[in-house]
Design a protein around this ligand. Structure first.
Ligand code: EPU
Length: 337
């Protein structure tokens, strides 16, 4: 269904006011293939849950909102189940559904905003777990010829907040559905993340279920990350930068207490939130935009920010961090201008 002059305010978690000249909602693979054939939508912006998108006032591109529903079990044995999920399913609703069925694997990824179709693009992750840990395969439509293809995990080339869909296939395909392998028993819970351990301990839970871990994650996230329904935001605004060993050693001589996570290849990941806090930008407000008081990596819209306001505030953050640490923060969010 094609509509004109559609308000995008409820289609982005930042809650910015913007208007799409042309807007199409697609509820099936077949309809998606049809709209991609339409000349007017050749260069359309593909919109999922809008939790990682910053819209400028009047985006030039038409918008295709992928709204493919459905969760089905497609394989099952005594231990595992493989589910196939439509790209338009809300991620957290999927997590809750899986926990209700007694399936384990998604608990650490509770409360991540956005829809299933976006999950493989940036290999969503939280609390020591990434999408790739449960990923089986996903299908997508090529924008240029509308052919459908399915990729397994290796083909997706997952990395930290990264995949083939952000590189070789960037803007070339639209994901239609994702298949995930979950556990029916012998759960492999990951509670190594300090805050989860503490949360379980304080609730006197020594043998947690996937639901217990999910509840812990929900508690942790709700205390430090603002609810987009109350305060517009897109979760982490920047990626955590990864620096080489030599760059890290140099940083360490000037900033002895710099937090870091060593990477399997010897590089170092530095929390962007720490860098932003160090340059005095945690909890600050400039007009209608700011950084959240409990988490410096989360940019917030106090109500009337435009996409341009958010963009210029983020450039300011980037510049301060660059000047102080010589590290260029890369946005995790996408700008649709
Ligand atoms: N920190 C600060 N100041 C702050 C907040 C954090 O200095 O205001 C420092 C602390 O040293 C803390 C460290 O940053 O130990 C890491 O903070 P946190 O545990 O909150 O994780 P993060 O690296 O900021 C990442 C993901 C989140 C995910 C959490 C939990 C990225 C870009 N973000 O955040 O993902 O929920 O880990 O695993 O990797 C998202 O992508 O939208 C998102 C929220």
């Amino acid at each position: 269904m094609i509509r004109q002059g559609v308000s995008l305010k409820t289609y982005n978690s930042f809650g910015v006011v913007a208007k799409a000249a042309l807007f199409a909602v697609e509820k099936s693979k077949e309809d998606l293939q049809l709209i991609l054939k339409d000349e007017r939508f050749r260069s359309a912006w593909i919109l999922g849950g809008g939790s990682n998108t910053v819209f400028c006032d009047s985006p030039k591109q038409p918008i295709i909102h992928v709204d493919i529903a459905g969760i089905k079990i497609i394989e099952e044995d005594n231990d595992d189940v493989v589910i196939n999920v439509g790209a338009g399913v809300n991620w957290h609703e999927l997590v809750l559904w899986s926990l209700e069925q007694g399936f384990g694997g998604l608990e650490n990824l509770s409360l991540i905003p956005g829809n299933v179709g976006a999950a493989p693009i940036q290999n969503i992750g939280a609390y020591g777990v990434e999408l790739q840990d449960v990923f089986e395969r996903c299908s997508f439509v090529y924008r240029n010829n509308q052919i459908i293809e399915t990729f397994d995990k290796a083909a997706c080339k997952f990395g930290y907040r990264d995949s083939i869909f952000k590189n070789e296939l960037k803007n070339k395909v639209v994901i239609t559905d994702v298949s995930l392998r979950l556990k029916k028993r012998n759960y492999k819970l990951n509670t190594s993340y300090g805050a989860i351990e503490q949360e379980l301990l304080s609730n006197n839970i020594s043998v947690p279920s996937p639901k217990d871990v999910s509840d812990a994650v929900i508690n942790i996230r709700s205390t430090k990350l603002p609810d987009p329904k109350q305060l517009g935001n897109a979760g982490s605004f920047f990626k955590n930068p990864i620096v080489s060993k030599s760059q890290f050693q140099k940083l360490k001589t000037s900033f002895a207490d710099i937090p870091h996570y060593t990477q399997p290849n010897g590089d170092y990941k530095i929390p962007a939130a720490w860098l932003i806090e160090q340059v005095g930008m945690k909890g600050i407000r400039e007009g209608e935009v700011g950084t959240h008081k409990h988490h410096a990596l989360v940019l917030v819209n106090y109500g009337n920010a435009s996409g341009q306001d958010i963009k210029s505030f983020s450039l300011n953050v980037q510049e301060k961090v660059q000047n102080h640490f010589n590290i260029l923060l890369q946005p995790e969010v996408n700008f649709c201008c």
